[in-house]
Structure formats: C-alpha cells, structure tokens
Design a protein around this ligand. Sequence first.
Ligand code: NAD
Ligand code: UDP
Length: 317
Amino acid sequence: MAKKRVLITGGCGFLGSHLCDRYLKEGYQVICMDNLLTGSAENIAHLIGNEDFEFIKHDVTNFIYVPGELDLVLHFASPASPIDYLEMPIQTLKVGSLGTHKALGLAKEKNARFLLASTSEVYGDPLKHPQNEDYWGNVNPIGFRGVYDEAKRFAEAMTMGYHRYHNLETRIVRIFNTYGTRMRLKDGRALPTFMRQALKGNPITVFGDGSQTRSFTYVDDLVEGIFRLSQSDEVEPVNIGNPQEVTILEFAKEIIKLTGSKSEIVHEELPDDDPKVRQPDISKAKRVLDWEPTVDRIDGLRKTLAYFKEKVDKSNG
Ligand code: NAD
Ligand code: UDP
C-alpha cells in the first residue's frame, strides 16, 4: 500500500520540525514547506537524505503547487513570538489569512484533511478562567497583538467556512504556550529569553510585576495531542496545553534555580494587552482524544536546558 503523504507548512519552525519527525515515524511521506522567515533549515538538517522527506522553499501566501496526492495538510506557517509579530505585522496577517486560504485551497484540490494551528491567543486577555473552547475571547483588534490574534481568528473562520461550504475535512488545534528543543535562542518568548539570560548570567527581564500567568506545555506532549487530533473525527477546536499554571515571576525563579545561575530579576514595562492569565481547560481533549500531558514542567525544563546550554556555548564560542 502507498504511504500516506502529509504537507507541513512552517515545517522548518520549532513545532513544524517536531511534527516532521513525528509523521515520518508514523510512516508518512512528509513534505515540509517553509520560506525560512522565522524558521531554520538547521531544524530539518537531520532529515535531508531521508527518501520519505522533501523540503520545498515557498511562501505559502502565494499559490501553492504540490505534485501528486496528499492525505493531510498541517498548516503551521506563521510567526509565533510576540517579538516576531511586532516586527512583521503584515507577514503575520498575510500568512494567517492568505496563507490559510491557499493551504485550504490545496487541501480541497487534493481532497486531503486539513489541520489548522490555532492558538490560545484567540481568547485574548481572557475574562474567563480557565479557558474552554466555548469561550469567544476578549481581543483588542487594533493592539499590536491584534495582527496575530485576529489573523488566527480569521483562519479559524475560514477553516470552518471550507468545512461547511466545501465539506472539507478540517481540524483546529488551539495551542497553548509550548516549549522545547529547536526554539530560537533569540526568539523573544519568555522561556528562551530567560534560559539565555540565566545561562549567560545576565539579568532576567520579567515584564510588569510578573503576576501574569501562563501554562507551559512540553513539545512532545503537544505533538502527541496534534497527532491524535489529526486522526480523530473532531471538527470543532480542541485546546491542547498543560493546565499546570505558573506566574511569570515564579517561572523566572524556576529557571534561575535550574540553571544554578546568579542572575538577578529585573522588571521591565509590561507590553500592551499582555494576557493577565492563561490556562487551558482540557476536558475536551481528554474526552475526544483521550489525551493529557505527561511531562511535568520541571522535567520538561530540564530536558530543554541541555539544548539551550549548547546554543549559548556555541554563540559564545
Ligand atoms: P516558528 O516561528 O518556530 O515556526 C513558524 C514557521 O513558519 C517558521 O519556520 C517560518 O519560517 C514559517 N513561515 C512563516 N511565514 C511563512 C510563509 N508565509 N510561508 C512559509 N512559511 C512561513 O513558530 P512555532 O512556535 O513553531 O509556531 C508554529 C505554529 O504554531 C504557528 O502557526 C503558531 O501560531 C502556532 N502556535 C505556536 C505556539 C507555541 O507555543 N509555540 C502557541 C500557539 C500557536
Ligand atoms: N515575558 C517576560 N519577559 C520576557 C519575555 C516575556 O516577562 O523577556 C512575559 C510576557 O510579558 C508574558 C509571558 O512572559 O506575560 C509569556 O510571554 P511569551 O512571549 O512567551 O508568550 P505569550 O504568552 O505572551 O504569547
């Protein structure tokens, strides 16, 4: 029997590259499509030469051409760090809107299943806590986060449009803050920043008083949830995240302790619209995917530290 084929947009990014690995392991042929805007060829270097793997350099906001059949399209292309979408607001809006349209059009042409990487940011600065999938969110459309949040909300609407109008098989995952190997050292998100600062002995920059909360998911848990969702019948969005909630100040202290660093914490201005709380309600993922996270935050941080240590040593060298 012919192998199944999956196209992964954003496949050179942090999450996309881990998904390339997972779907290869599951026996798929994997086509990774990326324009290297925020991703790196380094993340897929180990796959070059694998006969089931192919890399196509392409900007998915333009018409996507892929020869042959496809069973699945995973649409992960998009800047994902607040620093990235602050610096690249138009690319962020375009890949969430035009890019999603092109990826959906391709899935329809190939009669493939489509899975959208959405985000907890669709809930904005949530007035409901924890967030379940029925909550519609509290988003400022004109704030600097609006380019990301609204593009993802549009992408969800477009995905449901293709499902309802074209009967396309679609899936939507709402991903909560995820961390692990292959994040960029200068990614700007809390975890890579704190790890870099701690390993270099520089001050740890906590924005505001650090009382805002997040719930961090280890990448292997996320990938498992996404794989299960892609194989499931669930059309409406599913939260995938680790409900272990922590304040950012506490998180910074955990990283200082883990690295054994002498870094001090300094407070900087809180960016506009920074969500005050974030924690997934994962009852639905448990129910429909039989999924829940298995990696405790401290264990996950320990696994990730070795990777960042090597990156910092290289950047010093
Ligand atoms: P990332 O920046 O590491 O990866 C994104 C990838 O998309 C990069 O390789 C980039 O080059 C590529 N890309 C961007 N625009 C493109 C375009 N126009 N054409 C082709 N490729 C393009 O980010 P990530 O953390 O791996 O996030 C991947 C996806 O998951 C994003 O859609 C993001 O919104 C979503 N997500 C991630 C998190 C998280 O915690 N990492 C949380 C919520 C949602
Ligand atoms: N943050 C911080 N210092 C940094 C980077 C981020 O205090 O150097 C805070 C940020 O304001 C937010 C939290 O850490 O409250 C998580 O930020 P991140 O950029 O990782 O993702 P977000 O969940 O905000 O999209």
